[in-house]
Design a protein around this ligand. Structure first.
Ligand code: AKB
Length: 309
């Protein structure tokens, strides 16, 4: 990886991945791709080049790749699960037509591509506990359909991300987002209204581990990889009760009540409770650094500093 383009650089993962790649590969070698209306700001804007790179416009992506001699593309453009249910056509246009454009440009210019899949690529019929690397994938959500199609469309490498928790850019429109929102409520001293039932387990990951996964896989030794489909990666699995209990250890007055959102609940119920990530561990030494305990400490500390609490 010498010259890298991040498509979706101002989104939840993109904003932090761009800065991490600039740290590792040099500021001028990492281009922050964005769409009009979501321009980079602050450090993201000042620290390196940025360019309009809308996945729905193949020409625009191709001209950025050409201008900056790009050899690696991280394609992070997507609508998250809950939003995709209300805008299925747009979810397809961005997730699949967009990916097609990226793959075509990558083929023409000889670029490697990373594009994330998700626990959303699984469905009701998938074994929910320790979900195997190779298993049944018949999701009923539009988000899931685009993620399975993404996996089938591409021979490149990618990972199935769990819910990503970060203290920098908030996510928008995901089923796992409650696990980010809960920290903001705790730090602001507000009661948290949880949209999912107790006992709803999902895999989650702290952002530093997600960034490491995305970069390590692109740096992996190809001959060690036995799998060419998306890798399961995991770090922790918890339900609303467990994360609430963990936060209460540090914020004893914290309160959580339940008001179930039927759409989010049905999506969460169709997703695995926990993934088996042993193939990623064996084939490219995947190993997360954060568990629920250490993530909670770090999230609360960073959010308190950010929100001046
Ligand atoms: C979502 O909840 O939609 C995402 C995901 C797990 O892919 N965070």
């Amino acid at each position: 990886m010498e010259h890298i383009l991040i498509i979706g650089a101002t989104g939840q993962i993109g904003s932090e991945l761009t800065m991490e790649l600039r740290k590792r590969y040099g500021n001028t070698n990492v281009v922050a791709g964005y769409i009009p209306g979501a321009e980079p700001k602050g450090e993201l804007k000042e620290s390196g080049p940025s360019a309009i790179a809308d996945v729905t416009d193949a020409q625009a992506v191709a001209s950025v790749v050409k201008e900056y001699h790009i050899d690696t593309i991280y394609n992070l453009a997507a609508l998250l699960s809950v939003v995709a249910e209300s805008k299925p056509k747009l979810a397809w246009k961005i997730g699949i037509d967009g990916l097609w454009n990226v793959l075509e440009v990558a083929r023409e210019y000889g670029c490697a591509v990373f594009t994330p899949s998700s626990i959303g690529s699984f469905g009701e019929a998938t074994p929910h506990v320790k979900t195997p690397q190779d298993t049944i994938q018949r999701p009923r959500t539009m988000y899931g359909v685009t993620k399975v199609t993404t996996e089938l469309l591409s021979d490149y490498y990618y990972t199935r991300f769990p819910g990503i928790i970060s203290n920098v850019t908030p996510p928008g429109g995901g089923t796992t987002d409650y696990a980010v929102d809960i920290f903001y409520s705790a730090v602001k001293g507000e009661k948290f209204v949880c949209p999912l039932k107790p006992g709803t387990y999902m895999d989650m990951m702290y952002m530093p581990d997600a960034l490491n996964a995305a970069i390590s896989l692109m740096e992996a030794i190809p001959t060690r990889l036995k799998h060419r489909n998306a890798f399961n990666i995991a770090a922790m699995s918890f339900d609303p009760e467990e994360i609430c209990r963990e936060i209460k250890k540090h914020v004893p007055d914290f309160e959580m009540v339940y008001e179930i959102d039927p759409l989010k609940q049905s999506i969460a119920d169709s997703w695995p409770d926990s993934l088996d990530d042993s193939c990623a561990r064996e084939e490219w030494d995947w190993k997360p650094q954060y568990d629920l305990e250490s993530m909670t400490v770090d999230m609360l500390e960073k959010l308190r500093a950010k929100l001046n609490k």
